[in-house]
Design a protein around this ligand. Sequence first.
Ligand code: PLP
Length: 424
Amino acid sequence: MNRKEFLKGMAAVVGSLAVPGSVRAADFHSALQDAATAGDAAFWKLIRDEFVLDPGWSYLNFGGLGTCPMPVLNSFWEWTRTEERAPSAGHDEKIWWDVKERLARLLGPTCRKEDLALISCATEGLNAIINGLPLKKGDEVITSTHEHVAVNVGLLNRMQRDGIVLRLFEPDLVRAQGNVERINGLVSPRTRLILVSHVTCTTGQLFPAPEIAALARSRNIWFALDGAQAPVCVPFDIVDTGADFYTSSTHKWLMGPKRTGFLYVRQGMLDTLRPVTAGAYSSERNDITKLDLALHPTAQRYEYGTQNDALFFALGAAIDFVQTIGPSRIWAHNHALAEKFYKGLQGIAGAEILSPQEDAYRTAMISFRMKDRTYSQINEQLAKAKIRVRPVTEGGLNCIRVSFHICNHDPEVDAILDALHTLA
Ligand SMILES: Cc1ncc(COP(=O)(O)O)c(C=O)c1O
């Protein structure tokens, strides 16, 4: 099937769907299989063509915000139209749980849908964790100096409100194990929580989650991961991270609609993390006249109120899109581009690479700065070359972060390296 036939087929399907996302995923699957037999270049070209990104620009910022491929946009539009034709409160729970099931499969073979809540973004999940744990005045939380503002403001808010104490470590970019040692050095009898990124937004550093989890468990400390940058960016099994709590935005690397994300709560931890926002869907049973409440026995207790279900049903289409290509194939593609860029940077005069030195802890995001150039100057120069990257001010790094995803390809790595050579 060529692309024209593929789109024609899609248009026909769009008009008559019962379950839009999954039908279209099947069409996309067969188109991809055809492309795969034509070779790697044809395969990735077909994928690039699924995006509506401005062709005049090179978009190297999925870490900042993702963009939805056509099957996701179509699914969102179709579900929205269905809703608007016959508005009704509530959402179809069967489809809702089916999306959770597909998300669980993406997150690991033993991840359970019952441990997932569909939420609006990582910021919501982080606040659910920070404010939902029974922390008291004087309780200590360990975090890094490379966290996103969503972690920082959430923690500072709880500090101001309840007097929790924050203990910070500077990430070790040379030895991953050094991070475990730095965290260990901050542990005290008052430490209740370790909250760090799974992949940092500053340098794309993958923290050694299982080792930090082992430390946390041995000292009876809760362990939470901010995974905003991890799912689909790096391959991992959410259960194997050892995190008690894990949250992510699915509008970045997973390419779902904006304002979609999830909160994972490890089995057995539901009663430890009290929902901070509760309402319709959060309870299994409630009766205000009897002062009776039984929260929902799954992570659904963290969901509440009217939902824009088209967003989450289209998230199902994004999951299918990723699964159709294959997370390991995505990783191999993105990692190869990032490593080519990493090596290319080493040949640029005055470039200082900030991403981890151990390759096992580098991801599809690479950060750097340049001698005698501010990050704004670099950003401006790249914008002139029509290349979109992300300036990083967190942790006082003042550097540039470059993200590589499936709609990028080799010529874009060459173009950014050329622009930097010119600047140098
Ligand atoms: C590591 C990290 N955490 C949290 C967030 C917040 O994500 P959102 O704004 O989607 O809630 C981001 C966004 O870039 C991030 O990179």
